[in-house]
Unconditional design. Sequence first.
Length: 182
Amino acid sequence: MNPAQRPPAADEYAHYLHHENDPGDPRYRRFLSKLADPLLARLPPGSQGLDYGCGPGPALAAMLREAGHEVALYDPFFVPDPSPLAGTYDFVTCTEVAEHFHDPATDFERLRALVRAGGWLAIMTCFQTDDARFADWHYRKDPTHVVFYRATTFRHLARRWRWSCEIPAKDVVLMRRPETSA
């Protein structure tokens, strides 16, 4: 989206306050399980992770902690402490966040740097699949959604980084950094 058309930060924050991300909501947990289940199946016990863009109710982090993993939090609006961004992790999750990136190239490089060798980058965002219906697409109508992706976008990133890429569920991508330093 043209930067001039993006909402001001205060409006963006106000919009996020209307999201219902209750960690105790079984429907929200079911939604997040599209990413959590395939990621958990690939993680060794006691992995360390980062929930990047966790929002006001870090439900995914709660689910991963319940499964025995350590999870740090970062969100530019709700958990703005940048210290977790200085570390590296066995996994980094980014659920319903990538569509908010104002500078996707920079943000994806940041995410890449946060993942240790052999680790996972797990992303969930609604893939753009139908150009003819784009104008009326519900996801596009959210004023805070400023960039959209296709499955091919993530496959391209993975090839460029020399990482593996899986799409285990609709709108979910798991990219794995090789054991060697790629």
